[in-house]
Write a protein that binds this ligand. Structure first.
Ligand SMILES: [Zn+2]
Length: 178
């Protein structure tokens, strides 16, 4: 099955210096790790220098992540720019009768299918780079966080209501002394 998020870049690749652009709205349907609240919107521009394909773009979206301290849900606005370049081989078809320019294939994480950019794969990469690794809710690391306190209380309650929980801790074999 052909993907429906392919962007044919031959217009740029076979005409170095010519800029092409596309508006993009995507929900990254195949992305399970990122909880988007609204589609990612933005644009991509591409131009070839002859031996490099330059891609730039700008996107914004809103997603939900977990606070690194309390695990509470956090809505964050993401606004990110992308700047990528890909090596090109071959002679653009406007200069040649029997050759054409091709994006050099990458092996580990392909972003291209021949001269078609796999748009969602590129945006996914950009989004993952932009998502903060340790997002924090408004209480930060130090402030008294009601969400963190609630979780602690719930945990304490759970331990109380399972008296055997404590017992099993006592019964656990001691670690071997060396
Ligand atoms: Zn928090």
């Amino acid at each position: 099955m052909r993907r429906n998020d392919l962007w044919d870049l031959n217009e740029a690749l076979q005409h170095p210096g010519k800029k092409v652009a596309v508006d993009i709205v995507t929900e990254l349907a195949e992305e399970a790790d990122i909880d988007l609240l609204k589609p990612i919107e933005g644009y991509l521009e591409a131009v070839s220098t002859g031996n490099l394909l330059l891609l730039t773009g700008e996107f914004k979206t809103k997603c939900v992540v977990e606070c690194a301290r309390c695990g509470g849900p956090l809505e964050i606005e993401l606004d990110f720019k992308m700047e990528e370049q890909f090596p090109v081989e071959g002679v653009p078809s406007i200069y040649s009768h029997d050759d054409y320019a091709r994006v050099v294939a990458e092996e580990d994480y392909p972003l291209f299918d021949d001269n078609n950019l796999i748009v969602e794969a590129l945006i996914r990469q950009g989004l993952l780079t932009e998502t903060p690794l340790q997002p924090l809710c408004q209480f930060g690391w130090d402030g008294p966080c009601p969400e963190a306190a609630k979780r602690l209380a719930a945990k304490a309650l759970k331990e109380q209501s399972h008296p055997l929980g404590k017992l099993s801790e006592l019964l656990q074999p001691e670690e071997d002394a060396e």
